[in-house]
Design a protein around this ligand. Structure first.
Ligand code: OOG
Ligand code: MG
Length: 254
């Protein structure tokens, strides 16, 4: 097996068994291209088990997120149907290593979108926008990683919850966003923290996917990236995100 296949298997196994693994540092570190190849190989393993590709997620699109993890490059990962958590649903804390939740906005694509586009062109391909929560769970020890590590690890993707769908004509620029745990506000921010406007995250998604020969397809979900830092999850929490104008979404941990 190649070095990239071995890494993909190790990351997939770490996620399936909720066991952390060391980073690939120093001479073993992956280049960005190698890391995306590892990500693709690890997702192939999920698809071979019957999971279906549900879309993509953008990562590190806000300063708050870059600062929290110490990596300052916009990255992307893949979402599968098995990662979806029902609105109001429940997750078991012990199925993850050290899960965190973060407040997001999601796009559901209405049309194909590919390559370099303007924010207006990107939004014209959107069917609906939703408030969302992403559950991230780095497979690396202590949630610590370098750029290549986190890309290889499918940008820590572990779960996502989507709220009600709204028309893409709604104004989603500079809307208040917050994350509450058990009714207490834990993180507060604005959608403007996401590359100035969440539509720019979709522009980045389209451009970056094209460098891997991919395009957004109708029905694909795209998470724009968190507006604030992520909050660690423990059992017995009720987690809720509100985005001004888009409503709220929540899930619980056991
Ligand atoms: C990397 C994933 C970042 C976001 O929304 O910025 C991300 C991580 O924080 O582990 O999903
Ligand atoms: Mg995220």
């Amino acid at each position: 097996m190649s070095k990239l296949n071995i890494a993909a298997e190790a990351l997939d196994h770490a996620a399936q068994t909720a066991t952390d693994i060391p980073q690939w540092s120093g001479a073993d570190a992956f280049s960005v291209d190698e890391a995306y190849a590892v990500q693709a190989l690890s997702i192939e393993r999920r698809l071979a088990r019957g999971e279906r590709l549900a879309g993509y997620k953008m990562g590190l699109t806000s300063r708050a997120k870059m600062a929290q993890v110490g990596v300052d490059t916009v990255i992307w990962g893949r979402l599968t149907d098995a990662m979806r958590v029902a609105e109001g649903g429940e997750i078991a804390r012990d199925r993850y290593i050290h899960p965190r939740a973060e407040p997001e906005i999601a796009f559901v694509m209405g049309r194909r979108l590919e390559g370099r586009v303007s924010p207006a062109e990107a939004m014209a391909a959107v069917d609906s926008v939703c408030v969302a929560i992403e559950i991230i769970d780095s497979r690396y020890k202590n949630f610590q990683f370098a750029l290549g590590d986190v890309i290889a690890d499918n940008t820590s993707a572990a779960g996502f919850v989507l709220g009600d769908r709204h028309s893409p004509t709604l104004d989603i620029g500079n809307r208040g966003m917050l994350l509450e745990v058990d009714g207490t506000v834990r993180e507060i921010g604005s959608s403007a923290a996401i590359l100035g406007h969440p539509a720019r995250a979709l522009v980045e998604a389209s451009a970056l996917l094209a460098t891997s020969g991919l395009a957004l397809q109708p029905g694909d979900i795209v998470l724009a990236g968190a507006a604030t830092a992520a909050v660690p999850l423990s059992p017995g929490m009720s987690v809720r995100t509100v985005v001004e104008g888009l409503g709220a979404v929540h899930f619980r941990t056991v």
